[in-house]
Design a protein around this ligand. Sequence first.
Ligand code: AP5
Length: 211
Amino acid sequence: MKLILLGPPGAGKGTQAEVLTKQFGIETISTGVMLRAAMREGTELGKLAKQYIDEGKLVPDDVVVGIVKDRLSQDDCKNGFILDGFPRTIAQAEALTASGVEIDKVLSLEVDDEVIVERLTGRRECKACGTPYHIKNKPVPANGKCVCGGEIIQRADDNEETIRNRIKVYHEQTEPIKEYYESQGKVVSVDSSGSVDQTNAAVSKALGLVK
Ligand code: AP5
């Protein structure tokens, strides 16, 4: 399975990817997770990405396409992968196609903008492994640490002003990708405004994992 998870910030891409990666036994490739790791390590890529991420803007296409191509060429992607947060522009989608990667399905998670703001202001995540939590919907374990033992933090771009800018950028630059893949008959859409379990049940059905 070569799957793209498409959806606005806070739609639950990372949350559903965590479940699907176990169900399919394939890796999730998240450009957001990779870019934040580079920021933490203070690499040249991380320094560049920070300028864009902190303002809710997209990192330049050539930079992101380069890191995704490198990652997809690794052995653990040979039997399939889940792309979370990539492609995010038509240029990125075209670059993926041009590199010879044949996508099976695009799972579009649909949710209203105001639900997104509530979800993202309440989000916490593991600094080590990136697992998402939420102050109400998916509380952090009682010991205050992630299940992997990592420290739980709030992302710098999860403040209301940046969240609203990310939503605007999504509508302007990322949403057109849906049409690009619809024209190839690859899009399955799922309502992601219910609970995590409700959304996961709908995702499993849409992907034909259950009847
Ligand atoms: P990225 O890390 O990809 O962030 P995003 O797309 O903004 O998505 P999020 O991670 O915020 O949300 P999500 O859909 O994964 O939701 P989650 O499952 O965590 O990108 C960050 C930045 O990096 C971008 O702004 C850009 O600058 C840069 N970047 C990344 N990729 C790029 C690219 N390809 N090109 C250029 N730049 C790029 O859920 C959110 C919260 O809600 C959690 O707390 C969760 O517990 C909760 N939740 C989830 N589902 C539900 C549910 N059904 N019910 C209730 N709560 C739920």
